[in-house]
Every structure is written in C-alpha cells, then in structure tokens.
Ligand binder design. Structure first.
Ligand SMILES: Cc1ncc(COP(=O)(O)O)c(C=O)c1O
Length: 339
C-alpha cells in the first residue's frame, strides 16, 4: 500500500538494504571506530568541504538536540519558525533534553524572515533573558518549501554579526538540494551554516541521520554530547553503511529528485480544480491542499494522509511513490470535487 501520509511511511531503498546486508558479516570495532564510519567522513567531506566532521545518529529529533547543544550554552536560546519541527513536533526535547529556550517567530510558507531574526537579536548580556545563540532553519521546511542559498547566507550573516550560529534541520536536506539544483555545500558550507543534520530515514534509509559540524569550533565535546543525548550507536557501521549506499551513484539525489517530481506532478494535476487552494509553493516533496470538507472526507476513505492543524491536508511523496499512485490520487480528487 502506498500512502501519502509521510515519507516515513515508505520502506527502504533496495540499494540501501543490499548495503546493510553486505555490512552484516564479520566484526567491526563499535561506537563509530569501524571502517564504514571512517569512509563516511571522507564522503561527507567531498560534499561539505574539508572541515566537515560527521556524527551519525539515530533519528532527526536526536540530531537536532545534539546539534543545538553544540551551538549553544546551557543558558542559550534558539530562534526558529513557529512551524519548526523542533518547536511543534519534538515533545519539547530541545527544551527538556538540551535545556534551551526556543524563540519561535511567525513563519511564512514555513520560512523565517530576516526581520524576525533581527527582532529577537537582543538581550545578549542580560541574565534575565536566555541568550540568543543560534538560529535554526529547516531545509527543506516542514511546509515543503526551500530557502535559497542567498536567503540562508543573509540569515547566517545576521546571526554571525550578533555572535549567533546557524543550524539547519536537514531531515529533508536532499529534497532541498534536488529542488535548488546546486551542490550541497552551496547552501550550507558556502552559505555560512555552522552545523546541520543530514536526513537519511525519510529518503530511503531504514533509519539514521547525521549531524555534520561545519564550524570546527563546535566539535568540542560533540562525542560527549551525542552519548549523553542517547544518540551514540554501538553498531554504528549499520547507519554508516546505509549512508555510503546513499552517496553511491548519488542515490540520495536520485531519490529526492524523484520524490519532489512526484509532488510537483500531484500539485499540477489538482491545482486548478474548483475549490482547491494550494497555499504554499510546492518545492520539495509535500503538497499542502485546502479542499471542501465533503471531498476531503471522500479522499480520506480511499487514501491515507494527514490533516494539518491549520486546515490543509498534507500529501507527502517518497522515493518510491509512483506516477500511477499520484495519478490515482489526482483522479480521485477530481472526481470528489466534480460530483
Ligand atoms: C523537519 C523535520 N525535522 C526532523 C524530523 C525528525 O524526526 P524524527 O525524530 O522522527 O526522526 C522530522 C520528521 O518528521 C522533520 O519533518
């Protein structure tokens, strides 16, 4: 069954599964001192530059919590969008586990504006206010939009001017790269990002994400932060081997490009139907759509997808969504609206 609920509902790519199986024989040193993880350091450096230091972790929430702790002191605050996963979908983990205050600012299409960052950039030496020490952007965003390299550069420059650092939640970084059509480093390393996560799970891995430190000063204590945040994997070779498979023949980019194309195909087929509003640009692998209630109910009876608290349905595509899946949903939508 293919669903449109989440890219987390998809299985794993056969090339990833084959790599996992191949990594499964023999002994390797545990906790990241294995041959796969050593090779992974080199592969990430090819994409993010020579200073990149990569820390495989288990999941996206953990990646964010580890990365934000690296960027902030215990008394720090993080400026983020009010739609950010770290703010609305992590059960308060950045506050609870990292002890950080989140300064959520209103997002437009899931994106923060530079003026909102500026508005929060104050009170750096006042112990009554948690010190703003980082800005966190999701790339691509929770609403399926993508920051341009110039937008990221402008926010990085402002953050740095104020002694703050820039974090990217890259659970869907691959989808952003696929949309922008530029190398990963063009909107990360070269745009002033200090630390990011690179998502694997949503793009066809069984599980696994990586925290990538681009600003060398942030490597201090990272091994300890990852362990004390419960993100140190004993048999790390299995996450690293999956990432190596993702970078083999650019599987990460092929998969994300396909998922994005499926979302565009879907949006293009329903955009002009009567009663439909697509409120956000469709740039990655999500389509948010407003539909009249009866049509929505009819589609829920046939397909699995989530309704968003803001009133839209969210249709997500994956590396394994087929054009036939998309066309079936578009056809059913057309039928439900013209009945
Ligand atoms: C933007 C974003 N960041 C991070 C995550 C990571 O979540 P998890 O902890 O479930 O791997 C998700 C998952 O939905 C996400 O959408």
């Amino acid at each position: 069954m293919t669903t449109f609920a989440s890219d987390n509902h998809s299985g794993a790519h056969p090339e990833v599964l084959a790599a996992l199986a191949a990594a499964g024989t023999g002994h390797q040193v545990s906790y990241g001192r294995d041959a796969f993880t050593a090779r992974l350091q080199d592969v990430f450096r090819e994409h993010f530059g020579d200073a990149a230091q990569t820390y495989p972790v288990l999941n996206g929430t953990g990646a964010n919590v580890v990365a934000l702790q690296a960027a902030c002191d215990r008394w720090g605050a993080v400026v983020c969008a009010d739609t950010a996963h770290i703010h609305v979908d992590e059960c308060g983990a950045p506050e609870k586990v990292a002890g950080l205050k989140l300064l959520a600012v209103p997002a437009t299409n899931g994106k923060i504006k530079i003026a909102d960052v500026r508005r929060e950039a104050w009170g750096f030496d006042d112990e009554h206010r948690a010190r703003p020490q980082a800005v966190s952007l999701a790339q691509s965003t929770e609403l399926g939009t993508v920051y341009t390299p110039a937008e990221i550069r402008a926010i990085a420059d402002l953050a740095h001017e104020h002694g703050m650092l820039l974090h990217l939640d890259g659970a869907r970084l691959a989808n952003a790269a696929a949309h922008l059509g530029v190398p990963l480093r063009a909107f990360t390393t070269d745009a002033g990002v200090d630390v990011l996560s690179f998502g694997g799970t949503k793009n066809g891995m069984v599980l696994g994400e990586a925290v990538v430190v681009l600003n060398p000063a942030l490597n201090r204590g990272m091994d300890y932060l990852r362990k004390s945040s419960m993100q140190l994997i004993s048999k790390m070779r299995f996450v690293s081997a999956q990432f190596l498979a993702m970078f083999e023949d650019d599987l990460w980019l092929r998969s994300a490009t396909h998922a994005n194309a499926m979302a565009t195909r879907l949006a293009d087929q329903v955009r002009d139907l009567p009663g439909v509003t697509i409120p956000h640009p469709v740039q990655a692998n999500a389509v948010f759509i407003r539909l009249p209630e009866p049509a929505l109910a009819e589609l829920h009876a046939q397909f699995t997808f989530h309704d968003w608290p803001t009133g839209e349905a969210r249709w997500m595509t994956s590396f394994d969504t087929t054009p036939e899946d998309v066309d079936a949903l578009a056809k059913a939508t057309r039928a439900a609206l013209t009945r």
